[in-house]
Every structure is written in C-alpha cells, then in structure tokens.
Design a protein around this ligand. Sequence first.
Ligand SMILES: *[C@@H]1O[C@H](CO)[C@@H](O)[C@H](O)[C@H]1NC(C)=O
Ligand SMILES: *[C@@H]1O[C@H](CO)[C@@H](O)[C@H](O)[C@H]1NC(C)=O
Ligand SMILES: *[C@@H]1O[C@H](CO)[C@@H](O)[C@H](O)[C@H]1NC(C)=O
Length: 354
Amino acid sequence: MYKLIIVLFLLLLCVLTYEYVNTPDYYWREYAFRTIPYDAVEIANDEKYIGQVYVNGGLVPATIYPYLGYAVAELFGKQIVRDHIKILCCPDHSKLYWDYVDFTQSAANGQMKNSILGGFYKDSNYDFNHFIGKLLHQGEWKAGKVIPIEHSRGALVIWNSTDGTPAHFKQFYMLKYNLTVDSPGGSNYYWRDYSFGQVPYDAFEVADDGKYIGQVYVDGGLIPATIYPYLGLAIGELHGKLVIKEHVKIFCSPDHSKLYWDFVDFEKPGSAGQMRNAVLGGFHNDIQNVFIGKVLHEGVWKVGKVLPMENSHKGLLVWNDVDGQSVHVKQFHMLKYNSTIELPENMQKCISLS
Ligand SMILES: *[C@@H]1O[C@H](CO)[C@@H](O)[C@H](O)[C@H]1NC(C)=O
Ligand SMILES: *[C@@H]1O[C@H](CO)[C@@H](O)[C@H](O)[C@H]1NC(C)=O
Ligand SMILES: *[C@@H]1O[C@H](CO)[C@@H](O)[C@H](O)[C@H]1NC(C)=O
C-alpha cells in the first residue's frame, strides 16, 4: 500500500515537473512609474514597454511611456491610463520574437501560433482574447491589442495620435514566444556603438580588407552599411550612395567561426530557403526587415542591405562610386549565422592560425 502511494506520488511529481518545465516564462509585474524591472520587454529599443491596462471593461495591451508617466491603449478610441498598469517581463528575451503577420491571408497558415495573451474583451456582442502587436505608426512604435485572426474584425488596433480614433491594421508585428527556439537565442552577435578609428576587438571584418559592417539610422529605419575606419565614415544605400559620419553601430561577435558569407542567387526559382540563417541587419520602410549582404563591385567589397526573398524588390542594394547611383544585384553573399556549425578541420586550423 505504502509502495503504491509512493509510486503515485512520484508520478504526480513527474506530471507537475513536466508542466512546470513547459510553462512559458513570461509574466506581468505591477508597474510603478520610473521603476522599470530588469526583465521588462521593450517595444523597439525605444524606452517604451509593453503594458496591460484595465479600461472600459476590457483588459488591453498598452504602450508604456515611462518618461511621460502614463500608458496608452485603444478601446473605443485612445485611452490614457495612469494607474493600475502592469508591465510585461521575461527573464530570457531570446525566446521572444516579433513575427510579421498578414491577416489578409488565411488563418490556416498558423499566424496566431506562439502568440502571447495580452487580455480580453467581453460584452453582450463580443467575446475574444487580445494578443500583442506593434507597428511603426505616425513616426513611433506603438504596441497594442491584436484581435485574433479568427474574428471578423481580426487586426492590430492602435490609435491615431492626432485625433485619438482607432487605427486598424492587417499587417503588423505580433509578439511571440517559443520555449525551444534555438536561434537567435543561441546567436551570439550584436551591434556596438562605433567611434571612428576605434575598432572593437570582436568586430567582424567584411573580407580581410580593413572594412567592417555598420548599421546606420536613415529616414524610415536602420540599415546595414560599410564602415571605412581609415576614412572615418560609413557608406550605405538609400536612393543612391549615402555617406554617414555619425551614429554608426558596428557588428560584432565573440565567435566569428559561427558566422559565414553564403553565396545566394535570388533569381533562382523556389529558393526561399536561401534566407535560412540570415543575420538581421535592421528594418526599412517602417516594417520591412532587411538583412546583410556583400558584393565585389568596382573592385572592392561593399556591404549593403538585403531586401528578403518575399519582397518584390528582393536583392542586395549597394551604390556606384562613380555616379552615386544605386546598384541592385540578385547574386551576392549574405551574412549568416549557425550556432551549431561544425567547420571542416582544415578551416578550423585557418581560423586558429589567424
Ligand atoms: C489621424 O487623424 C487625422 C485627423 O482626423 C487624419 O487627418 C489623419 O489622416 C489620421 N492619420 C492616420 C495615420 O490615420
Ligand atoms: C520553436 O523553435 C524551434 C527551433 O527553431 C522550432 O524547431 C520549433 O518548431 C518552434 N516551435 C514552435 C511551436 O514554433
Ligand atoms: C548548422 O550547421 C550544422 C553543421 O554543419 C548543420 O548540421 C545544421 O543543419 C546547420 N543548421 C542550420 C539551421 O543551418
């Protein structure tokens, strides 16, 4: 009898442990203004955070503006909330990701998969959960409620900053969580602020040529560029050649052996797999992710932004040094990262020698 009880107890323990291990590890903390928890989830590196507020009978995801002392949510128009705000937190941000979704496409392709519950709304006509989305709108990132795709009104609903009316979007970024995601969780690369002349020890060189990968701020986003430390400038492409002398970031990684330049041909049909392992280089035109590519052009390697396969202008954009015009190529090398890559032995020797 005792044995049976012990066995049952152990079984129960297993079940409980299993449940525990598989619980997504994110949560809502009470928010006190000016005190941002160490594990709070930022909307877009912009000192704004994801909140949850109770307003007009609904629990709604919101944008927290710590420097203004309030949160903004949308439910029957823009709502400014100053009390009883929660803030979304997560100890391991690498498991969170913003997934670009398109609610004009069918629900069948799993666009709601991995999404994070952000609240609910219920009245005599409606009853649905809210999820969390964001969009660059009127010059700033706003996080707000997502009405699920199954619903006829499925959309991201934020607010018009001018008149406070609701603004509905079918294409936006949805916040998601994947407990077992291995990339970019295991991806050990990052952007450092760059001061000209000072190349960080872990910066990743373009091609053994004293040039590095930069990220620059342009109208409509952040894009990859080429850093020329010896010239004290970076060059990128935005409607032609663009020279930048300040606010440049430099791409770095402590383990260069996991990074590789993969030759891709965007004209090859059915080649969506060519985006696999691509390193994110920024975003442009409000919502479009851009990646990092290089091409040997006019006798030198140039790094520029890659518009992904699904974009109608897919390809790498660099510039012409002679006349400053844009150059658009479909065959180039794309920067990729594989956290579990195993290099052939002879290549490992090369790296340890260098
Ligand atoms: C916001 O509201 C103003 C005033 O009604 C309107 O002119 C403008 O087009 C709206 N903007 C957006 C992005 O919806
Ligand atoms: C989570 O990420 C892993 C690794 O990238 C992937 O294999 C898995 O399918 C993802 N799970 C879900 C539920 O999206
Ligand atoms: C990473 O590299 C390993 C070893 O070369 C390979 O088996 C694996 O498929 C690669 N993973 C991805 C996601 O490309």
